[in-house]
Every structure is written in C-alpha cells, then in structure tokens.
Design a binder for this molecule. Structure first.
Ligand code: FES
Length: 162
C-alpha cells in the first residue's frame, strides 16, 4: 500500500511520518502523531516506522500496544468497529503452550498475524509481551487481556464476540 494514498484529515500517512521536524522524532512521538491523525496505526505504517526508527516491526507493534494505539489493516482503517485480537508470543506464554493459543485464533478467525478477517471485523496481531507473564498464555481482545488461556477458552471468547 502506498503511504501517500492513505489519508486522514487531509494528510497522507507519508506526510505524517515524514513531517519536517527540528529534531528526529522518536518511535513514541511518531506513533502519537499517526494516532492523532488516523485514530489508529494503519498496518502499512508498521514497516515504515521500523525503518525510520531502526527497530524491528515487533518493537513497533509492542510500542503501539503500550501506547494503546490499535494497528489496523489498511482496508479497515475507516472501520472503528474492528476488534483487535492480540496474542502474546513472549517466552513465558510460549512455555505455557501459547503456540496452541495462536493456532486456535488463526483457525477460528481464518487469518494470519498482521492480517484482518475478510469481513474486516477482526484484526489478528501478536505481541512480544502483554505484561501478564505469570498468568500466561495471554491474549487481548482490544485492550481487555485474557489470561491462563486454553484453546477451549479461546474458542469460547471468540464465539462470544463474533
Ligand atoms: S510473555 Fe506473555 S504476557 Fe508476558
């Protein structure tokens, strides 16, 4: 997706990210600027932020989570009803069999991390940590974190919001 084509409030995503500034903006500042214009972080900006800030895309996603900025697929940018499902793939959750949680979410939603469902109602994301390491595996639905999950519990949660 061309960052010039994604626009909100008269500004393209490219203009927001490359706005002239006296000092180099940090990842947190750039995220705040994108959030202010778009009300979310359009998924195509993740790679660009990673490049601009010389960090990994996981670090961008993690910072977005900490700053409570939803990452949305380009096709869902204008859909504020999109629910963001964030599955933790951090070490603690991984040791608690978190892989099965991600596999279950992928199966139920029918999409891969970083993608939205066909109907645009759900966006699947992964995080390096949701700060519930003692109670993993963990998954968030928007900002509500569910812990000590099993595949059965994940199916129940997703069935409730579908
Ligand atoms: S590793 Fe999953 S919540 Fe921290």
């Amino acid at each position: 997706m061309d960052l010039h084509q994604l626009k909100a409030n008269g500004l393209s995503l490219h203009e927001v990210l490359h706005r002239p500034s006296r000092k180099r903006r940090t990842l947190e500042e750039l995220l705040a600027d994108v959030h202010e214009s778009f009300g979310c972080l359009p998924a195509p900006a993740v790679g660009e932020l990673s490049r601009l800030c010389n960090c990994t895309t996981d670090e961008v996603r993690r910072a977005a989570y900490v700053q409570r900025v939803q990452i949305l697929d380009a096709g869902c940018v204008l859909n504020p009803k999109t629910r963001v499902i964030t599955v933790c793939r951090g070490n603690s959750c991984h040791r608690a069999d978190g892989r099965r949680i991600l596999d279950t979410v992928k199966e139920v939603l029918g999409c891969q991390p970083g993608d939205a469902t066909r109907d645009g109602r759900f966006q699947l994301e992964c995080a390096e940590c949701l700060d519930y390491c003692e109670a993993g595996p963990a998954m968030a639905v928007d900002r509500e974190v569910h812990t000590e999950l099993t595949p059965k519990e994940v199916r129940r949660i997703l069935a409730q919001i579908r």
